[in-house]
Design a protein around this ligand. Structure first.
Ligand SMILES: Cc1cc2nc3c(=O)[nH]c(=O)nc-3n(C[C@H](O)[C@H](O)[C@H](O)COP(=O)(O)O)c2cc1C
Ligand code: SF4
Length: 465
């Protein structure tokens, strides 16, 4: 099976081993014999799509950077990796850090960046230490710094520790955080290629995206484009977690059937149980039902066809005994906690969804809660500065839509109506209302609120409540 990043070479994380396996030869070829345009063209040919969640074409993104050197340009390498269920970039830091560094240097050359920042979440000390050491070694060996391989190309690289917030993985929040400001996402436009970090042209790429680049340049864009599903080619580092026998990171071509990934690589579902739900790409992606899992292929286009997406390829497997309300409460609490609070729909809506879900779990839910949750989610979706709003809304909306029965079971049957509707109905039945209003007024009220169950009204007026 082809491996682009996590190759089966012992001690590949050591510089000598990486070099003796052809490491930094591609960087040499690039800076001594290729133009920046040629590098970008090769990446475009490969059809590499960003591995940070949004699947944006990498070559195209690089081509947005302005040409010329009037302004300093920067590359941000996104290693924040804080989405629940995502744990693949740290595997690159541990097992093949120099391939990522080489990829970031090739990207810097292609875009004319004077420096790149490797942004890692503050709590991830282990990987910060690894990367600080690796970057220092690469400087020492002359791969980073002035006149790399005797060429005109000079660039710097810094490892930057975040303070530990999921929102700082969002590209514009990451840049604010780098600048020492609060990690608030910025309103776009302007886009980072025009106004990025320090107000200068900037590109942000995920660690896995950049780690693919040396192999793409070495073997050619067409080679990479021929791996896996042509619409979303290459390999992916699938981080499989949850109720499987062998959780872990598996590098496999895109388009691999989900059940093959679960059964042949992750050792199958624990205890031979059935699958209830799988989240295919980190906690924010719409979940899949058991039936959907049976035939789905793991690439972004196939998942989009059934209303989900590949995200970070963090595959969370839940067996038949999983309490989906508890799962959704946990996920909702995470987004509520991590919302930066700038946008009202996200700040208020995430807390609202969390509280309603808790209420349902405590047996105090109302039948109207489920539709209300979907409505709150839909009012967050697309109405916020950054995609954290969508990330919070999708799991709630789609888990309820696909597994409504599970939620319904926890809601007491009696309680049906909203307070406001109850008041209108009481008014409609009252003698004053009937005598004071015309027939058409009565008809209008009936049309507006006619979906309220009659038996509840009967109970109310027979003095049961
Ligand atoms: C709330 C939030 C958190 C994010 N966290 C990360 C992250 O940890 N790592 C990452 O690469 N991208 C993350 N992203 C996506 C980035 O904004 C950006 O799209 C990505 O880094 C671009 O790299 P790519 O084109 O190589 O995928 C996040 C987005 C949002 C909205
Ligand atoms: S969507 Fe949420 S996290 Fe993103 S900017 Fe708005 S409030 Fe902040």
């Amino acid at each position: 099976m082809v491996k682009v990043i996590l190759k089966d070479i012992p001690d590949l994380h050591k510089l000598e081993v990486y070099k003796s396996n052809g490491g930094f030869e591609t960087l040499k070829k690039v800076v001594t014999s290729m133009s920046p345009e040629q590098v970008i063209d090769e990446v475009k040919k490969s059809n590499l799509k960003g591995r940070g969640g949004a699947c944006f074409p990498t070559g195209l993104k690089w081509s947005f950077m302005p040409k010329g050197n009037e302004k300093p340009k920067y590359l941000c390498c996104n290693g924040d990796e804080s989405e629940p269920g995502s744990f693949k970039d740290r595997e690159i830091f541990e097992r093949n850090p120099f391939q990522f560094i080489e990829g970031a240097l090739i990207a810097s050359y292609a875009m004319g960046c004077v420096a790149s920042y490797v942004y890692i979440r503050g709590e991830y000390w282990k990987w910060i230490n690894i990367m600080e050491k690796a970057v220092a070694e690469a400087y020492e060996a002359g791969f980073i710094g002035k006149n790399i391989f005797g060429s005109d190309f000079s660039t710097d690289m810094y490892v930057h520790k975040g303070a530990g917030a999921y929102i700082c993985g969002e590209e514009s929040a990451l840049m604010n955080s780098l600048e020492g400001k609060r990690g608030y996402p910025r309103v776009k436009p302007p886009f980072p290629a025009a106004v990025g970090v320090w107000g200068q042209p900037t590109t942000i790429n995920n660690i896995e995206t950049l780690a693919c680049v040396p192999e793409i340049i070495k073997n050619g864009g067409e080679w990479f484009a021929s791996i896996g599903d042509p619409r979303h080619p290459g390999t992916l580092l699938f981080g499989v977690s949850g109720h499987v026998n062998k959780p872990g990171v598996y590098e496999l071509p895109t388009g691999i059937p989900l059940m093959e990934l679960i059964n042949d690589y992750a050792g199958g579902v624990k205890g031979g149980k059935q699958i209830k739900m799988v989240i295919p790409g980190g906690s924010s992606m719409p979940p899949l039902t058991r039936e959907e899992c049976m035939n789905i292929k793991m690439d972004n286009e196939s998942l989009k066809e059934i209303g989900s997406a590949i995200g970070t390829a963090g595959v969370m497997v839940m067996d038949e005994d999983t309490d989906l309300i508890k799962v959704l409460i946990r996920i909702s609490h995470f987004y509520f906690h991590e919302s930066c609070g700038q946008c009202t729909p996200c700040r208020e809506g995430t807390g609202w969804m969390y509280r309603v879900l808790k209420r349902i779990d405590e047996g105090k839910g109302r039948q109207s809660d489920l539709d209300q949750l979907i409505s709150v989610a839909e009012n967050i979706e697309g109405n916020t500065i950054c995609a954290l709003g969508d990330a919070a809304a999708w799991p709630v909306k789609w888990t309820i839509r696909k597994f409504r029965d599970e939620f319904q079971k926890k809601i007491p049957k009696e309680e049906v109506t909203l307070d406001v509707k109850e008041k209108v109905h009481a008014l409609r039945k009252s003698p004053e209302y009937i005598s004071n209003n015309t027939e058409s007024d009565n008809k209008m009220v009936l049309e507006m609120f006619g979906n309220v169950r009659e038996d509840v009204e009967e109970k109310r007026f027979s003095g049961d409540e």
